[in-house]
Each structure stands twice: as structure tokens, then as C-alpha cells.
Design a protein around this ligand. Structure first.
Ligand SMILES: [Zn+2]
Length: 420
């Protein structure tokens, strides 16, 4: 029996073989017989696609002529060269439908009013995705844009949104502003927030420090959503908060280990996507670089779709330290949790035999022997291995975090490439 997804997959393969110079080459070079791909499991005979492929041969991914492109978006380029993703009118409709499903999953209805606290220009796909998804839902939308807590609060007071769409660390700034100006956040119309760009949960799905700090001061429900420009599709939490739900009609997702083999439930793997129903720049087995775990246990909301955990880390940032595998976000969480540590930078470098070493640059709350013992005991207990520690003054650490007057504090210093 052929499922709808299998039919869509076969259509995608025929379509890309015909229209995408990149995929045509890839299939030819690897002598792929596309007729052998009958079920979703047969995907494994196809090679994977990487971000480097997209960077090097960006235009060769395009499956339509220029006159059919409705919008050009770009990846944020936090790592490496930005990539252009071009969308047709049908792709923009698909994007709206994707966010419509996402907001519905996050308990949104046409009675809601959403305040968007994010960029809507600068070729940012997520901005128009949220906007058009909310319009499709039949809900109201207020485009305030990023930043400016005073304006956000003034707008909340005046227009009474029920849902915020924001980066969760910005919600903390809103709370701080409210405290400074004697605004009671709980006396507002806001009932929930869709959290974009940053985790609010730990790998076990309990709220992380950021999530806890927000909900301690503000009695709102937080929903996490995970998406990327390349996949043009979001994984969004339902009210159960047990991971982001896959939208099976829009995407096929595989979680792969370093040898491109599928990992089991609960095992970290690289999120690898095959897009369904995209005309402009569809992707086949595209490796996102994001590491998550998956689960397909039935969800309390009644949906049976696969769910993804919060992002555990980026593939490039994986640290293999004394026999354990670690990612920076878990280390950050650990260091943030400890009161004896005021601030930190995590450095990773290669030792003389090419293995990863961790050096923690810490500002201790008190520079005593006792404080040092407590920090070492805590790290040993939580990591089960002992990293090296260098203590610094706050001023010294800040000069490490802001080299050349950068605006965002550097918390992770990856110096491995300098030794390889
Ligand atoms: Zn659910």
C-alpha cells in the first residue's frame, strides 16, 4: 500500500531529477536508480545533502525559472556563508499553511491576537511565516518588531494581545522592564508565548533556567517552536510541552548518527529533512547540523506524529571529552545553575594527540579555597569528568567575551581548528 507521504516522496524525486541541476548531478554521480525508492525506508539509498552543498551550489538547487520566484529569503548565516532560499507563490502558501498548523498545535484560535516581537524584513523567512500563518488562522496580528520593551508594554496595554511571539531571552527583558516601571505582567491580557530561536527546555523536557525564570515572574504558558529557513517547516509544541510535533504531510525527518544511520528513540542524532510539496528549492536528506532526540510515543494531545526534543547542540560543536559526548548548551546550563559561578567562557581545544580538552574560564563568586572545592565537586558530580579551570576577574572575562567590541557575548570558544 502506498501512503500519501510515499507518493509525495516519489513525486519529489522525479521533480528534482528533472529540475534541479544539483540533484540531477548527485543522482547521476551516485548511479541512483530512483525507481528503487518505494517506501520511506528506501530513502536510505539516497546520499545526504549538507549545508556546504547549499553554500557552494546555491543556484543549482533552484527548480524553477526566475520569473516564477515570489520571494527571496536568506539564512541568518550565524555559521558561515548565508544561503538564499527562493520561494514560489505556492511555497509561500505552503509556508502559511505550515505556520497555521503550528499555531493550531500551540492551542491558537481565531479569537487570539498575536504580538510579533521579531524582524519582519531583512529577508527573514520566519517573520513572514508567522504573519501569514496567523492571518490564515483568522487571528489578529500586531507587528511591533524586535526590541524596545517600553513600546512592547505600551502596545500590550493598548491592544491587549493574548499571545506573544518572541525570543525567550527577550521575554526576560520585558519582565525586567516591567519590574523597573512597576508594571504587573500578570495583570495583562497575555496568556501565552511562542518561543523562537532559543530553548526553554532541557533535554528531559523540563523547563531550563530561562524557561523557569520567565514563568516564575509571569504566569504564561510557553510553547517552543523549532524551524529553519532551509526546511521551510516548523516543529511546534502542543499544550503538553513534550517536544515539537512533526507535520507529516510537509516533511520527512530522519535523525542520523555520524555514519548516516538512523538512531533509535531517545538517542541524539542529526536532524535530517526531506521537504514535501516545495517547488522552488526542495531538499532531500538535508543535514541541518542540529542534534536532537526523537519520540513517537502517543502524545496527550491526541496527535500521533513524531516529536523532536529541544536542540541538544550543533553537530560542529560536539565535544568528545574523556569518553563522553557533550554539547555546549548542556555545559552552559550547568554553569548557569551554579551560584558560585558569576560568569564563564567555555573553551575547547585539541591536545597534543588530537583529542578534545575543555578549559573553563570562570569568574567565581568568592575566590576562596572552599569555593574552588565546591565548584570542582559540583562539576565532577554533574559531568563525571573534571575539566580544567582558570579563574578570572569579571573585567578579564568580559574582554574575552567581547573581542573587537562584538555585541553578543561569546560563551563558547572553539579553538580546535587552530591545532588540527
Ligand atoms: Zn502533543
Amino acid at each position: 500500500m502506498t501512503t500519501l507521504r510515499e507518493r509525495k516522496l516519489r513525486e519529489l524525486l522525479a521533480y528534482t531529477a528533472q529540475n534541479s541541476p544539483f540533484y540531477r548531478d548527485l543522482f547521476d554521480r551516485n548511479r541512483i536508480d530512483l525507481s528503487r525508492v518505494r517506501s520511506l525506508d528506501d530513502l536510505a539509498i539516497l546520499p545526504t545533502t549538507t549545508k556546504e552543498d547549499l553554500q557552494r551550489r546555491n543556484d543549482d538547487f533552484l527548480c524553477v525559472s526566475r520569473d516564477r520566484i515570489a520571494e527571496y529569503t536568506t539564512t541568518s548565516g550565524t555559521l558561515g556563508r548565508p544561503v538564499t532560499i527562493a520561494l514560489t507563490t505556492a511555497d509561500l502558501d505552503r509556508l502559511a499553511y505550515n505556520e497555521y498548523l503550528s499555531f493550531r498545535c500551540a492551542d491558537g484560535t481565531s479569537a487570539d491576537t498575536y504580538q510579533l516581537m521579531l524582524t519582519l524584513d531583512r529577508q527573514f523567512m520566519a517573520g513572514i511565516a508567522y504573519y501569514s500563518g496567523i492571518r490564515r488562522l483568522g487571528a489578529g496580528v500586531i507587528r511591533v518588531g524586535p526590541g524596545v520593551p517600553a513600546l512592547q508594554w505600551e502596545t500590550i496595554r493598548r491592544l491587549k494581545p493574548t499571545v506573544l511571539v518572541a525570543v525567550p531571552s527577550f521575554l526576560l527583558k520585558l519582565i525586567r522592564h516591567a519590574k523597573d516601571y512597576r508594571i504587573d505582567p500578570n495583570d495583562s491580557s497575555v496568556r501565552s508565548a511562542i518561543c523562537i530561536g532559543e530553548n526553554i527546555r532541557q533535554a528531559d523536557l523540563s523547563l531550563n533556567i530561562l524557561g523557569k525564570k520567565i514563568t516564575e515572574s509571569w504566569n504564561i504558558r510557553l510553547y517552543s517552536t523549532y524551524a529553519s529557513t532551509e526546511m521551510q517547516t516548523a516543529f511546534t509544541e502542543c499544550g503538553e510541552g513534550r517536544g515539537g510535533h512533526l507535520q507529516p504531510e510537509l516533511l520527512i525527518v530522519e535523525l542520523l548518527d555520524e555514519q548516516d544511520r538512523k538512531v533509535g528513540p531517545g538517542v541524539p542524532g542529526e536532524v535530517t529533512v526531506t521537504t514535501l510539496g516545495i517547488e522552488g528549492m526542495p531538499l532531500i536528506r538535508y543535514k541541518t547540523g542540529d542534534i536532537c532526540t526523537w519520540s513517537d510515543e502517543p502524545c496527550g494531545c491526541g496527535r500521533t506524529s513524531l516529536r523532536l526534543s529541544p536542540i541538544i547542540g550543533r553537530r560542529q560543536q560536539m565535544i568528545k571529552f574523556k569518553g563522553t559526548t557533550l554539547y555546549p548548551p548542556a555545559l552552559f546550563e550547568l554553569l548557569n545553575e551554579m551560584e558560585e559561578i558569576v560568569d564563564f567562557v567555555v573553551e575547547v581545544y585539541s591536545n597534543e594527540i588530537g583529542l578534545d580538552e575543555i578549559l573553563l574560564h570562570l569568574v567565581p563568586a568568592s575566590r576562596t579555597e572552599e569555593g574552588d572545592h565546591r565548584i570542582r565537586a559540583y562539576l565532577q558530580a554533574r559531568l563525571r569528568v573534571s575539566p580544567q579551570i582558570n579563574y578570572h576577574s569579571l573585567a578579564d572575562l568580559q574582554s574575552m567575551q567581547f573581542p573587537e567590541a562584538g555585541r553578543k557575548a561569546i560563551k563558547f570558544l572553539d579553538r580546535r581548528s587552530e591545532y588540527k
